[in-house]
Design a protein around this ligand. Structure first.
Ligand SMILES: [Zn+2]
Length: 307
């Protein structure tokens, strides 16, 4: 363990317990980083990785380098706010990602597919991993994840609406559909992961399976989530948890099923991709009434926040 942020012996013990409880493979290297974004960027060799998410800040990230080497980077700034139980749970969660990565359960290369397939396949696969990891944690007896409940799902729907409305009214996006497509993909990415977390809690009995979105968020739920929720739930629950290998064929079938779910969800968000002989387009659904209603709800939500 590379303790670059001066974590205490108690904090280090909680981290080790979390990893051990999920039988984290020795192939994982843990870095406790005082400069999370730049450490992650240098490992990923990316200049764009950021930690802003719709509903919070990233506490840790597992980076699969190869089947024999995974790097778990802990964000010391946010991890320092956690109590030992939360810290233990966070590392157990990352250990779940290590288990999947160490088995190289990878999908075939997507070199020859077009943008919609690439985007939706990677979103679907990432959210499925979150489901499998959380499912494994509940099976190991971990408590309900912090911030996962029906009221958080309500908050999520409001965040999604605010983010979609902002992306649509953003002037820089109206000149460049590629930037708009990227912004919408980011909303799609974090929101589908939260939904995956929620399905895992419901499927494990940690959260009541009766939909209980607070009334103030019902309209956002109906607009964005309602149609794909049952399909999403049915698809995830057919998957084994992160401790159990998933045969390649089964994995591919499930991913293609989930790509359909994500395509429907993208349509519910208000967008779709279109393919042309040598290029592609990203479109907003032609439904001004729908977008007017969203703008009104976003204005109401902003007013409630300021009140
Ligand atoms: Zn995760």
């Amino acid at each position: 363990m590379d303790n670059r942020a001066g974590f205490t012996a108690d904090q280090l013990a909680a981290i080790t317990e979390g990893l051990d409880r999920m039988a984290c493979p020795d192939s994982a290297e843990v870095i406790i980083s005082a400069d999370f974004v730049s450490d992650v960027r240098s490992i990923l060799r990316s200049s764009t990785y950021g930690i802003a998410r719709g509903t919070g800040v990233v506490g840790a990230k597992t980076i699969p380098v190869s089947a024999d080497h995974q790097i778990v980077v802990v964000n010391a700034d946010s991890a320092a706010q956690l109590n030992p139980g939360q810290l233990r749970r966070m590392l157990a969660h990352e250990a779940g990602h290590v288990l999947i990565a160490a088995r190289s359960e990878e999908l075939p290369s997507d070199d020859h597919t077009w943008i919609e397939d690439q985007v939706l396949t990677s979103l679907a696969a990432a959210a499925l991993d979150e489901y499998r990891v959380e499912k494994a944690l509940y099976a190991q007896g971990f408590e309900l994840a912090h911030g996962v409940d029906w009221s958080a799902v309500g908050d999520l729907t409001e965040e999604v609406n605010l983010a979609i409305v902002s992306a649509v009214v953003d002037k820089s996006n109206s000149d460049d559909p590629e930037i708009l497509a990227g912004d919408i993909a980011a909303v799609h990415d974090w929101s589908s992961k939260v939904l995956a977390y929620t399905v895992a809690a419901v499927a494990s009995g940690a959260l009541d399976d009766v939909l209980q979105v607070p009334p103030v968020h019902q309209a956002d739920w109906d607009d964005y989530m309602d149609t794909t929720w049952p399909q999403r739930m049915a698809a995830y629950i057919s998957a084994p948890d992160a401790t159990t290998p998933m045969p390649t064929m089964e994995h591919q079938d499930l991913i293609s099923r989930l790509v359909d779910v994500e395509r429907h969800y993208l349509h519910a968000l208000g967008f779709f991709y279109k393919r042309y002989p040598d290029t592609w387009g990203f479109f907003r659904r032609q439904d001004n009434q729908l977008f007017d209603a969203r703008l009104r709800r976003a204005v109401d939500a902003a007013a409630r926040r300021d009140a």
